[in-house]
Write a protein that binds this ligand. Structure first.
Ligand code: PLP
Length: 430
């Protein structure tokens, strides 16, 4: 089957505009650890995929899945030890107040239920998000997808605030003044809800603002913003779909700012590719929700999913993957910063653990986004066997987010390949 045939069949079935990566799409047939293999047997270093968190097709996870699938798979309305064991293990890794769990299948569903819990608790509907974000694709969550809606929420009960950013700072401010200015935006959004007669339910943000382009958040912003939210009776919902499970070098992204959320949502890495996601929240909030909503999810938290979730936690612990993310992530960032001496295109390097962003700019003074160069970079990297993506409001931030067992040797290959690609692009601007 040629690429042309696959593309034709795909377009007829899924739609011609169904998204695909790269100018010449890849046909991947196998994965192992940090490597992906295409139909021609060519291998690619995966610096993009965070869902195969503990490595593609990790044998311990695959064995746990197969074992439980061969024994029993039903839903959560029967008693089952594995479900409880996983729920207890999972919640034990959070701050003590976050003690209960609601299992779902996708990050979108987790955020959808988080919105329901917050709206039910507050009796209000107003939600604050940022102006460059994505939290999923249900009807309620899509209202917050400002990344695809020109920077604004699409409903009167959604208000988007500028995301906190030290590289292109609001009003040219810095430090404490910048943090206060961004937090003021949250306060103004709350006041605007009140002026519109829309009650305020809470703020839903990714604690590392991953889809926003992984900005350096001015210290103190989160604490002040959440204070404004809570003073107005709202809840802080942290979307840990990108940041969670050790990716940042800490178990949870919210630990970076040490502000404990009221509700946390989980997804992507949780099941290493198996559709497992959850809401973790305070006991009072979940009990209140359960008292009023007969919530049931056919697939969410079934014994196979929970066996997989348990196995993912086993591997994170056994292979010290949280430490690895911190150490190797810092190594990659140091390598990228060193490359700034050779490559004028790299305007800024940032991130946490193995969630790394390198912002490409045409000019370091004006910080004009180099989106075309970022596009060329990821395609040329792919041609040389290294997979990465791009993100941010201008689509000019190289997005490096490999499976967690990524080693220093893998990092060296990534850095050497990027060095060569950026050199070529700088010598041959189009
Ligand atoms: C921060 C964040 N939240 C939620 C989601 C939605 O997750 P899912 O695709 O599993 O519904 C995404 C997906 O990219 C995401 O990046």
């Amino acid at each position: 089957m040629t690429t042309t045939d696959l593309l034709r069949r795909r377009a007829r079935l899924l739609g011609a505009r169904a998204p695909l990566f790269y100018d010449e799409p890849l046909h991947i047939v196998r994965g192992e650890g940090v490597w992906l293999y295409d139909a021609a047997g060519r291998r690619y270093l995966d610096c993009y995929n965070n869902v195969p968190h503990v490595g593609h097709c990790h044998p311990h996870v695959v064995a746990a899945l197969a074992r439980q699938a061969a024994t029993l798979n039903v839903h959560t309305r029967y008693l089952h030890e594995t479900i409880l064991e996983y729920g207890e293990r999972l919640t034990s890794r959070f701050a003590p107040s976050l003690s209960m769990v609601l299992f779902v299948c996708t990050g979108s569903e987790a955020n959808d239920q988080a919105l329901r819990i917050a709206r039910l608790h507050t009796g209000a509907t107003g939600i604050i998000c940022t102006n460059t974000t994505y939290h999923g694709n249900t009807t309620a969550v899509d209202e917050l997808a400002t990344l695809f809606h020109g920077g604004a929420g699409v409903a009167p009960h959604v208000r988007a605030v500028p995301f906190p950013d030290s590289y292109r700072p609001l009003g040219g401010l810095a430090g404490a003044a910048l943090a206060a200015a961004y937090a003021q935006e949250v306060r103004h959004a709350i006041e605007a809800f009140q002026a519109d007669g829309v009650g305020f339910a809470g703020m839903l943000v990714c604690p590392i603002f991953a889809n926003e382009g992984l900005p350096v958040v001015p210290p103190g912003f989160m604490e002040q913003a959440v204070r404004h939210v809570r003073e107005a009776g709202g809840l802080y919902i942290a979307d840990e779909v990108q940041a969670g499970f050790g990716r940042t070098g800490r178990m949870w992204g919210y630990e970076i700012d040490a502000v404990v959320p009221d509700i946390v949502t989980l997804g992507k890495p949780m099941g290493n590719g198996h559709p497992l996601a959850a809401v973790v929240t305070r006991a009072d909030l979940l009990e209140e929700f359960r008292a009023q909503v007969m919530y049931f999810n056919t697939f969410g938290g079934n014994p196979v999913s929970c066996a997989v979730g348990n196995a993912v936690l086993d591997v994170i612990d056994a292979e010290n993957l949280v430490d690895n993310a911190r150490v190797v992530g810092e190594y990659v960032r140091a390598g990228l910063r060193a490359m700034q001496d050779r490559h004028r295109l790299i305007g800024d390097v940032r991130g946490h653990g193995l969630w790394i962003g390198a912002e490409l700019v045409c000019d370091r003074e004006t910080r004009l986004p180099a989106a075309g160069e970022a596009h060329r970079t990821i395609n040329m990297m792919k041609d040389r066997g290294v997979l990465m993506g791009r993100i941010g409001p201008h689509d000019n931030v190289l997005k490096i987010r490999p499976p967690m067992p990524f080693s220093r040797g893998d990092a060296d290959l990534l850095l050497a390949t990027l060095d060569e690609v950026l050199g070529r692009i700088e010598r041959d601007p189009q």
